[in-house]
Design a protein around this ligand. Sequence first.
Ligand code: NDP
Length: 444
Amino acid sequence: MGYVDEVYQMVVEKNPSQPEFHQAVKEVLDSLRPVIDANEEKYRKEALLERLVIPDRQFQFRVPWVDDKGQVQVNTGYRVQFNNSIGPYKGGIRLHPSVNIGIIKFLGFEQIFKNSLTGLPIGGGKGGSDFDPKGKSDREVMAFCQSFMTELCKYIGADTDVPAGDIGTGAREIGYMFGQYKKIKGVYEGVLTGKGLSYGGSLARTEATGYGLLYLTEEMLKCNGKDIKGKTVVVSGAGNVAIYAIQKAQQLGAKPVTCSDSTGWIYDPEGIDVALLKEVKEVKRARLTEYAAQRPSAQYHEGKGVWTVKCDIALPCATQNELSLEDAKTLVANGCFAVAEGANMPTTLDATQYLQENGVLFCPGKASNAGGVATSALEMSQNSERLSWTFEEVDSKLQKIMVDIFHNLDDAAKRYGHEGNYVMGANIAGFEKVADAMLAQGVC
Ligand code: NDP
């Protein structure tokens, strides 16, 4: 058995019941084969892959809080510090009932390569809880966030580990967590990103993941002789990433016609009304039925279905494994020629393979959604300088980072004779820098 297969086998055996983690490791290791094969003896001797797939450390803790009826509720909190060979651990906090240690490990593992691809000095980590902010009052969300941070604050710091938002963790949750960190530690430092503008947040951070996704998509199309203008775009999700992806797609002259949440989806042939979507999701925190009720051109459907809509470009921006092989077949049959992931690992492995085999330009999330963490790193820089940059300054840095990421992965794919395989390119480009740093720092 080759080195890659041995390490993958070990991951499956030592981490039972963590299918998402296995999937993420498999995708990365499989696409690193050309690099690993070329360096097998050295990497084996250094146990480089074993050190890469085992987190530096992981924390799991109880999060008790009191609901509005006076009842004590208990959730589980997690923080996985995966790899800090190129910088402090950095990665979001996911609050969703589906969260478990396997999900956090898959996200933390992906984050290592994503953060490396940004070209900025940030390592990989991730955290979260099975707490569901949906349907909770502001006071309940605050009670949870304070309890969560009471434990988490022991493990994080501006130069150690800097969490950010993710599914279920937006500006409100980050604010409550920052307040609690400051109260317990008595230190005012950039320990979280995605902060509000009045207390150290960065302009353009809210927009960054969605905008970055479109900057990279535009560059990928340009380098393949295509133009984003006038193209029909299908988007899933209706959260932070989806909303700003839709907004930037419109600014670039494309027409996004769908969005979705966990209960249903919208098809709006006239193009999504972003102002209305923001009002429904960011202000009212309501369901998409509310959007349909106020928009005569919109059709609301229960359940899943955005991938059945005819499109040129598909942008999955909701959650992991939301685009299956069946969906990929439908997209191809409908003439879709590009898929760029806004969410983390939204496309199943067989769907990715099908899209690639059928000539669809496919960019993996660790590259195409890296704009969020890149701008988080820019927030860290501003916090360290105690300065705030303008929206235009941050946005232009973001744009350059996304264009550079695309060329970096495009070059890596070409170097190893797999032109156009952006999954391989992203994994190789992300891995090379981390591997160099790990080898240089000795056995640790
Ligand atoms: P939000 O919580 O703002 O929005 C998530 C959206 O996806 C919501 O519309 C939600 O619907 C839907 N969704 C979530 N879980 C499910 C599910 N199991 N089934 C169906 N729909 C679901 O999260 P973000 O927009 O921040 O994150 C979306 C994705 O992007 C995630 O994969 C995240 O890891 C990734 N990402 C986010 C970054 C960021 O900066 N925010 C950075 C990089 C990646 P509902 O409201 O009904 O639950």
